[in-house]
Design a protein around this ligand. Sequence first.
Ligand SMILES: *[C@@H]1O[C@H](CO)[C@@H](O)[C@H](O)[C@H]1NC(C)=O
Ligand SMILES: *[C@@H]1O[C@H](CO)[C@@H](O)[C@H](O)[C@H]1NC(C)=O
Ligand SMILES: *[C@@H]1O[C@H](CO)[C@@H](O)[C@H](O)[C@H]1NC(C)=O
Ligand SMILES: *[C@@H]1O[C@H](CO)[C@@H](O)[C@H](O)[C@H]1NC(C)=O
Ligand SMILES: *[C@@H]1O[C@H](CO)[C@@H](O)[C@H](O)[C@H]1NC(C)=O
Ligand SMILES: *[C@@H]1O[C@H](CO)[C@@H](O)[C@H](O)[C@H]1NC(C)=O
Ligand SMILES: *[C@@H]1O[C@H](CO)[C@@H](O)[C@H](O)[C@H]1NC(C)=O
Ligand SMILES: *[C@@H]1O[C@H](CO)[C@@H](O)[C@H](O)[C@H]1NC(C)=O
Ligand SMILES: *[C@@H]1O[C@H](CO)[C@@H](O)[C@H](O)[C@H]1NC(C)=O
Length: 816
Amino acid sequence: MARKLVCAAVVSLALQIIGAARVLCPNDPNCVCGGTLAIELNCNIDGRTVKINLLPDTYMNIKCENATSLDYSKMPKCANQMSSFKSVSFKDCPLPTSSFKDVLTNMGVSKTMALIFQNGKKLSGYFDRKHFSGLQDLTKLLLSINGITHLPDNLFTDINKLTWLNIRSNTINLSEELFKPLERLETLEISHNHMTNISSNLFSHLSYLRKLSLWQSNVTWFSKDLFTGVDVLEELDLSSNGLNELPSSIFKPLRKLKKLTLFSNKFSALPRNLFKHNEELETVVILNNDAKLKNLPKFLFGGLMNLKEIYIQKSGLESLPYDVFADSAKVTNISLAYNDIETLPESIFNDQINLLELDLSHNNLNSLEPKIFSSLVRLERLHLNHNKLVKISGATFSSLLSLMYLNMEHNSLKTISSYLFSNNRQKMIISLAHNKLNFESKEQTNYSTSNKTSPFVHTYNLKLLNLSHNEFKFSFEDWWTNGHDNLDISYNHIRYLWPEENLNKSYRDVIKKRLNKLWVAENPLYCQCWNYLFIDFLMEDARTEIYDKSDIGCPLWARRACYSRYKIIMSVIVAVVSFYLLVIIGFLVYRNNLMSPITRIIKEKYFSYMTYWHYKKYLGLMIVHDKQDSGFVYEEFLPALKTYSESPIGKNLVTIPTNKDKIKNKIKRRNKDKSYIVVFSPNYLRAQFSDVSIINILSVMKEAKNTVYVFADIGPDDSIYAFLKEQRDLRNSVVWNEPQLWEKFSKLVDLKKIGHLVEDYKNLKHAFDAKLSDYTETQSVMLPGKDDTFLNEFATDALSGHFFHNGNNGIYYQFK
Ligand SMILES: *[C@@H]1O[C@H](CO)[C@@H](O)[C@H](O)[C@H]1NC(C)=O
Ligand SMILES: *[C@@H]1O[C@H](CO)[C@@H](O)[C@H](O)[C@H]1NC(C)=O
Ligand SMILES: *[C@@H]1O[C@H](CO)[C@@H](O)[C@H](O)[C@H]1NC(C)=O
Ligand SMILES: *[C@@H]1O[C@H](CO)[C@@H](O)[C@H](O)[C@H]1NC(C)=O
Ligand SMILES: *[C@@H]1O[C@H](CO)[C@@H](O)[C@H](O)[C@H]1NC(C)=O
Ligand SMILES: *[C@@H]1O[C@H](CO)[C@@H](O)[C@H](O)[C@H]1NC(C)=O
Ligand SMILES: *[C@@H]1O[C@H](CO)[C@@H](O)[C@H](O)[C@H]1NC(C)=O
Ligand SMILES: *[C@@H]1O[C@H](CO)[C@@H](O)[C@H](O)[C@H]1NC(C)=O
Ligand SMILES: *[C@@H]1O[C@H](CO)[C@@H](O)[C@H](O)[C@H]1NC(C)=O
């Protein structure tokens, strides 16, 4: 609705203007009329091109091209009825021979408030009082001219209602009398002039003058009375003059002065008490001083209750007195930028409790006094960039409760010694770009890298934290967790975005609010899933916009692999787990079927050992021989032994076919109560001692306890065997078939034990019966399980009474 109204209004306005143009377009033979929004006339007056551009009742601009002279009487009548304009301007047109009043009347202008006459070329002719006669209503006049050296003293006599006068000319000599008629003048601008010596009374009659600009007028010297009588002046601009000194009382008459501008002068010093009487002073601008100002007088800006803004830039200041701003409590903006200040007194800003902006950038500050900002509780913007600060203590900023913007770029900061901005609740912008920070220094005790916290650990909700162009190698947790909007960590040496280097997704829990924007360019970010996953986490749901993440120098597939790697790992884990589940289930289901073969194997092993042990223990005598010698043992040796000992010896006598390793172990475990008969033949020698030196064999034989070696020449001839037989120890060996073999043998073997040898299971019973009385001590013996018919029989019918039965796995027999 509102839109339609606006459209309608615009259309009707355009129609009116076009209508007006049609109506008003002058019918002049010299001119072509055109234009849409304003009337444009292109006229040719005696071969000179004149362009007129006008909006009725508002403005008329007349531009002459290439006209050194012009017959103004031939100008078109632009307004049908006489009308008044706000302003009329002539550009590059020659001076009229008649008055401007006649020229304007001729063109249909009854009245104008402002007249602008500009000519950049060398103007011929002279201004004269008659030019301005009849323009009583003129309030603004701008003369911007070249080539006129003199303005007559009475020039402005007829335009004494002027409030605004601007004279721009590089060649005019201004006389004392010139401004006398302009009693109502409020604004006077004289610029681009050449007034090396201004006479002291030039402005003395301008008692309404509020604004005076002597911008670029080449004034190099002022009389101290220059402003006498200019009582209400509010703004003074003395810029771009060659001023190198000011009389100390020059501003004394200016009790109302509010703004003083002093660009581009050459002050090497300012006088003391320069502003002592300017109690209304609000703004002082001293910029671009061509000489080195070095210092300011004590209390220069002191005691000025209305002073708000002070700019002293590019003026070569090196130091400032401690009281330069004292007692000026309303100051809101101070800039001392682009000077050569190295230190500032601690109390310099003590009274600036209303300061909003302080710019100390582009100086040589190398340290800041800890309490220098302690009064600035309202400060919003602080510029400390481009200095030489190395260290900053968090306490320096602790009073800046209102700070919104801190710029410390381009310093040499290495150390920030404690927590910054713990008290601040603003959404601050902090830039520490272009420093040497890494937050790893040992001095920095109040935060730690192991702890993954930076000096910003208690600084929350920043609008921007700019840490680009520093020397960070690690990132810090609080950068991500403290709710900042934007973070710039580009141009550092950071390899991992999230401080944890392992694949720990704790950030998901800790990062409540994600950044809006992140700059990471020019970091050697590792091409690792760790970084990708973190970046993807930030970018989830388009929460964080990341600039230059392409910097992670990773091929695309690497990223894909990140995700597939997890898939692979997960699938492997799933596969392994399922396999084990299957095995367990299978085991549970088929347990019984599986058990029997397994237990059988276990039992066999177990029982064979037990059986051996039992017999060994029970029988007390064992015959050790090589397998190949079995024939000899059963057919010759045992029968002979049996015959000799008259004991029940037979084929079931426990004999142990040698099996290299087993025998070695068993011989080692010999029980000293047991006796052994070793059938020592070339076969046995080869099988047992093929890799053993003769000396060792001899020592084994010598050390063997309760053992009788029976040397039997069975098997191939063997020189070592022959040697051993030759060297045998008579105390524990006999030779088969030697004379009186069994006599010798019986001296070596306790034949009582041979009595326990059994020939077969039937004889075992007799053996027990016969020898049971020999056992006085209690012995436990374990015999093989129930499948063994031999022992079952043995247990049940032969030895009941002496034994007890125990469980399924075996029968224990106890001798009493
Ligand atoms: C201006 O006038 C001079 C001679 O009077 C002529 O040479 C020149 O071309 C003119 N320039 C224009 C833009 O009319
Ligand atoms: C301007 O005035 C100064 C001294 O008042 C004089 O020396 C100089 O010649 C004058 N310049 C012109 C162009 O009249
Ligand atoms: C101002 O003075 C300097 C030398 O003092 C001169 O070079 C410059 O042209 C002067 N400017 C004007 C507008 O007269
Ligand atoms: C300026 O004028 C004052 C007096 O009017 C005179 O004393 C002084 O020497 C003059 N300075 C220059 C540079 O002309
Ligand atoms: C003074 O400082 C305030 C706060 O920073 C700022 O808004 C204002 O623009 C400054 N004034 C000027 C003239 O720069
Ligand atoms: C660490 O903080 C404590 C108190 O917060 C302070 O007293 C101490 O000076 C700080 N240490 C450094 C090195 O800034
Ligand atoms: C890390 O340091 C901060 C500040 O002293 C402390 O608040 C925080 O508990 C520390 N964290 C660990 C894990 O030590
Ligand atoms: C951080 O500071 C650097 C250096 O001034 C600048 O180039 C960069 O644009 C800043 N970053 C942001 C996000 O403003
Ligand atoms: C993940 O990191 C947190 C601290 O950031 C730690 O407490 C936790 O033990 C870590 N978890 C693993 C699995 O490493």
